[in-house]
Design a binder for this molecule. Sequence first.
Ligand SMILES: Cc1cc2nc3c(=O)[nH]c(=O)nc-3n(C[C@H](O)[C@H](O)[C@H](O)COP(=O)(O)O)c2cc1C
Length: 261
Amino acid sequence: MRIVFITGSGRTNGNTERVCNLIQGHLQRLAAEAGAGLEIERISLGKAHLDMCRGCRICFDRGEEHCPLSDDLAGIKASMLAADGLVAATPVYVDDVSGLTKNWIDRLAHVCHRPEFAGRCAYLVATVGGSPTRHTLDTLTLALSVWGYHIIGRAGFKTGARMDTAEIQSRFDAQAEKIARQLFTAIRERRYARPSFRSLMTFKIQQMAWAGHQDDSVDLQYWRSRGWIDPRRDYYIPQQSGRVKTTLARLAGALLAPFVS
Ligand SMILES: Cc1cc2nc3c(=O)[nH]c(=O)nc-3n(C[C@H](O)[C@H](O)[C@H](O)COP(=O)(O)O)c2cc1C
């Protein structure tokens, strides 16, 4: 099992990093107890070289390999693709994700059209001074679910500004243990193969939208190459949700498609 942590703080060993340290420790313990192999990679967006998206649309129109920016994005994306699970963690900045996190999301916007991360689980984490984390976690949820991730859960940590490590440990260790357990179990049980009603419905809406395109765009080529345009396909990956749920979700998607695409 391979899990990558992506943290969106510019502060070295800040609250977000230290909450992730707790989650990482529990993942390692769970893997050792289960006799399972576990590789963990930590990526700090504060240390990575990721230029701001210029909005040129080249990734959408010609493919991400033609992006004029030459930096760490391809390596970060390769790490995400190589992992079974992702912990995406951000500090809350003015009621939303940090700028570092938003730029990472924007730089991967082409994945919204070509959901490459299907078959992988994600857990979403936000640390905050004191205000609610809902809007921040909604931003992460929207992006990562459109990218194809199966969202296992989301958690907010009210760390204040400068909580010391001992207090972070005593206050949040139980929550970190729960997150680690949920993510570890979800990956082992291949929960990504049991998508939600909403995910199945969204796939059907996208499928109908792309099937109606006449152009020869990079997006459409990608959908064709994956076999996703085939009306018999019910999800990005082979999935094991119940037949009734799948049928109803596809029906709902087909009914909604003309109104949302
Ligand atoms: C630019 C900036 C904006 C922030 N905005 C908020 C906010 O809207 N609400 C809040 O409760 N805390 C806010 N905070 C506090 C951080 O969310 C909180 O301290 C977080 O845990 C910092 O994580 P870090 O140490 O990993 O950078 C802000 C901090 C900064 C630096």
